[in-house]
Design a protein around this ligand. Structure first.
Ligand SMILES: Nc1ncnc2c1ncn2[C@@H]1O[C@H](COP(=O)(O)OP(=O)(O)OP(=O)(O)O)[C@@H](O)[C@H]1O
Length: 316
């Protein structure tokens, strides 16, 4: 069973450069969240702050009653055991084969015998579809396989929270789709809390239970998938629909002239909300809500054509 992360008034700067301020959100236990934002808005910095690798200037990150922003190092060490992290490049040790890479956290952090280590490593390698590739070196395999090996390693200590830093970067659309299915199936099996940083809009539209958007040094919005996909808020709408018209420009914010030039331009209607991707066995995940439930409960009319099976997983 995953655990909740309560983030309150979190602020982080490097020197005089404010990265983001007053970020407040609760990552619900066992659910899948995606965090979006233009490049450089501090998504990776947020992930690093959540595991205590970076200290915020202000605010708190409370996990199981401990504020990791202010707790002593020994408590932080304990809390970190709850986390599994999939780094952008898989962060494999280049000179170790996949078996030893995946076994590494078990050998470092547990007193398991080599035979117990073997059982766990093979179970996780099986989970990510890498049986038979144990002897390969990271340099000998494709990017997609490296990501899956990184995922196996992130899972060996049975984490309650899994952080994914751009799991789909560098992957082709088909492999991204396989990886997304794997993420959903793993969430269904483990019930752990998943937080995924991605730039892939199709992933953001179809995978998570909740979506957040970091923009212009703050959290522009965070909430259920259907809330953001039906939102008319200009930044959210522009980002989730990958449009040029809107407040976000090439260098983050458009200037007054650019915005004035867009005045009066008709925005295309919101595209239909796709069905959420399901676990492969068809059994709904604990965090999954029936299609359209959030819209119904909140009196929101979803865009025409929403939740039709023909919309599942299409690229937007
Ligand atoms: N250790 C550090 N010291 C100083 N500045 C840093 C440090 N780490 C990150 N930054 C700065 O923080 C900002 C946000 O970086 P971050 O990598 O979190 O962005 P991001 O949203 O993940 O970007 P992308 O989508 O391109 O991966 C950048 O301007 C970066 O240069």
């Amino acid at each position: 069973m995953g655990v909740e992360i309560q983030i309150d008034q979190l602020t982080k700067s490097f020197g005089k450069q404010l990265i983001w301020g007053d970020v407040t959100l609760t990552v619900p236990a066992g659910e899948i969240c995606v965090m979006l934002g233009p490049s450089g808005t501090g998504k990776s910095v947020l992930l690093k702050t959540l595991i205590g690798l970076l200290k915020p200037d202000k605010g708190s990150v409370v996990i199981e009653g401990t504020d990791i922003a202010s707790c002593p190092e020994k408590d932080l060490y304990e809390i970190r055991k709850l986390f599994g992290v999939l780094f952008q490049d898989g962060a494999m040790f280049g000179s170790m084969n996949l078996y030893d890479n995946v076994a590494f956290p078990l050998r470092e952090h547990t007193r398991k015998t080599e035979s117990e280590v073997r059982d766990v490593v093979m179970e996780k390698m099986d989970l990510v579809g890498l049986i038979g590739a144990e002897d390969k070196l990271p340099g000998e395999i494709s990017g997609g396989m490296r990501k899956r090996a990184g995922l196996a390693r992130a899972l060996v200590l049975d984490p309650q929270i899994v952080l994914f830093d751009e799991p789909d970067s560098g992957l082709d659309p088909v492999r991204t789709s396989f990886l997304n299915q794997l993420i959903i199936d793993l969430n269904a099996q483990t019930d752990a809390t998943f937080l995924i940083v991605t730039h892939d809009i199709n992933t953001a539209r179809t995978v998570p239970d909740n979506i957040g958007l970091l923009y212009h040094k703050h959290l522009a919005m965070f909430g259920p998938r259907e809330m953001l996909l039906s939102s008319e808020e200009p930044v959210v709408r522009q980002f989730l629909n990958a449009q040029r018209v809107g407040p976000i420009g090439m260098s983050e914010e458009k200037d007054a002239d650019e915005l004035a030039a867009e005045q009066g331009q008709d925005l295309p209607p919101l595209p239909p909300i796709p069905l959420q991707q399901e676990p492969s066995n068809g059994i709904p995940r604990r965090g999954q809500r029936p299609p359209g439930e959030w819209c119904r409960e909140n009196g929101v009319t979803p865009p025409d054509g929403s939740f039709e099976s023909t919309n599942a997983g299409i690229a937007v």
